[in-house]
Design a protein around this ligand. Structure first.
Ligand SMILES: O=C(O)c1ccc[n+]([C@@H]2O[C@H](COP(=O)([O-])O)[C@@H](O)[C@H]2O)c1
Ligand SMILES: Cc1cc2nc[nH]c2cc1C
Length: 358
């Protein structure tokens, strides 16, 4: 199999350091002891660097939930039937899922993307039909998808950002797909070169025996696909999912367009890990929103040297963890823009210490 090409428009430019000194000087003249707003200062500085300005903004936020089915469900890797994927898409369209509540509360635009659900889905203004097929194939027996399906997913993910999120400054991605914690564990195992057992967890509630089955099917896949797993796109094609591949394309396009990207839980991290293997500079544009309770997530984040903002014991998906961090980005940016300075408020700044420079 020849190496897969990366579609156009997915190259990510590393952030320069031109503004760094001005950003730090701005933070340090605000009425607070230097550094006392902790990670909120780091977040604001990152948003300012991503946007290349001393007047950053935290809105509009755009949230997409990518949905797809997984052939690997035929191997008894999830306690829930695949039919729940389509049923949850209907729930999203009716406004009843957790992510609908988050988006309403946060005044965030929500789109659902059919990346490859095994059902006929209705026409609906919030639903984008970009299906690559009615679910992947069982990746322990054959490649999850064809080269054409992979290319479709990467391009469609990028196009969704172009068409639906052109004015957005913050991109938050979520997933829905019964079986996709097994897929994500397989992708992360291949990308990070870590044993499947260190990345498998309960997902929606798998028993210990079912988790052992998850490990077995991933080990079978690693043996079957061997040499194909030596490139990031080879991993995505052989053991990935349609929603995961579309999220990889969307992450890359968002960063290529200098948007801040919020990474959700285990599944989003799998998609991001492929994006980062292809374009390491995406890290400059990324905030890791939370550490999911899915057992392999902490391990994957550590291997990726990624520090998540929140530890809330969440393990839902849909991008709920990513949006839980959106208020922190809003607060960080508002503090950066709206606080008085020592000079403007007439507050005495700290004295230079005697005998020290500066
Ligand atoms: O994002 C996470 O960290 C996460 C952790 C556990 C489960 N999920 C969600 O649960 C579904 C997959 O679980 P499973 O057990 O069917 O593999 C899928 O719809 C995910 O969005 C998501
Ligand atoms: C009910 C349900 C809702 C979900 N949302 C994301 N993954 C999910 C899995 C299930 C089973």
């Amino acid at each position: 199999m020849t190496a897969q090409p990366l579609p156009d428009g997915l190259s990510v430019t590393p952030l320069g350091h031109d503004l760094d000194a001005d950003i730090q000087a701005h933070l340090d003249q605000q009425t607070k002891p230097p550094g006392s707003l902790g990670q909120l200062e780091t977040i604001a500085a990152q948003v300012a660097r991503v946007q290349g300005t001393l007047h950053p903004v935290s809105a509009p936020v755009w949230h997409g939930v990518f949905a797809a089915d997984h052939g690997i469900c035929s191997e008894q890797v999830s306690p829930f039937p695949s039919s729940v994927t389509a049923q949850m898409v209907h729930n999203f369209l009716q406004g009843g899922a957790a992510i609908n509540v988050f988006c309403r509360e946060e005044q965030v635009q929500l789109h659902i993307i059919d990346a490859g659900v095994d059902a006929d889905l209705p026409e609906h203004p919030q639903l984008l039909h970009r299906s690559a097929g009615r679910g992947t194939r069982a990746f322990n027996r054959e490649a999850a998808m064809s080269a054409e399906q992979l290319q479709h997913c990467l391009s469609a993910g990028a196009e969704v950002i172009d068409q639906q999120a052109a004015d957005a400054r913050v991109i938050s991605l979520g997933d829905m797909g019964i079986g996709n914690t097994t897929t994500s564990a397989a992708v992360l195992s291949a990308i990070l070169q870590q044993p499947p057992a260190s990345l498998v967890g309960a997902g929606t509630g798998a028993s210990t025996a079912m988790q052992q089955q998850k490990v077995r099917v991933i080990e079978q896949a690693m043996e079957r696909h061997g040499a194909e797993l030596t490139t990031p796109l080879g991993c995505l094609r052989c053991v990935g999912g349609f929603e995961i591949a579309m999220m990889t394309g969307a992450f890359l396009r968002a960063a290529a367009q200098r948007k801040l990207v919020l990474v959700d839980g285990f599944i989003a991290t799998a998609a991001w890990s492929v994006a980062a293997a292809l374009q390491p500079a995406i890290r400059d544009y990324t905030l890791f929103a939370h550490c999911s309770d899915e057992r392999g997530h902490a391990h994957a984040l550590e291997a990726l040297q990624a520090t998540p903002l929140l530890h809330l014991g969440m393990r839902l998906g849909e991008g709920t963890g990513a949006l839980a961090a959106a208020p922190l980005v809003r607060l960080a940016v508002a503090l950066f823009n709206d606080m008085a300075t020592f000079a403007s408020a007439g507050v005495d700044n700290r004295e230079p210490e005697a005998g020290t420079d500066g």
